[in-house]
Design a protein around this ligand. Structure first.
Ligand code: ZN
Ligand code: ZN
Length: 84
């Protein structure tokens, strides 16, 4: 019996989905990339404090030194972080 089918979390703004059990996974509501954890998600953000409000922009994963985490779903990790 195949009862292991993981429940998936779906983004309302794009076609991305990732396992509900992957608690650390962060999905960016702005550029709709998925990251293995908060640290790698933070790495792709550029916060601009120049205006009245801090303004957050997204770098491309490549520009943020992120690499494909090689998971079953599209997901980025920091190049320097251990695989997992
Ligand atoms: Zn983003
Ligand atoms: Zn999304």
């Amino acid at each position: 019996m195949r009862t292991m089918s993981a429940e998936m979390v779906k983004c309302r703004g794009c076609a991305s989905e990732w396992p509900l059990g992957a608690h650390l996974v962060c999905h960016c509501p702005q550029c709709h990339q998925t990251f293995v954890d908060e640290q790698s998600a933070t790495a792709h953000l550029i916060v601009n404090y120049g205006g009245r409000k801090p303004y957050v922009r997204c770098k491309t994963p490549e520009a943020a030194n992120l690499v494909d985490a090689g998971r079953a779903y599209p997901c980025w990790r920091l190049r320097d972080a251990p695989p997992g």
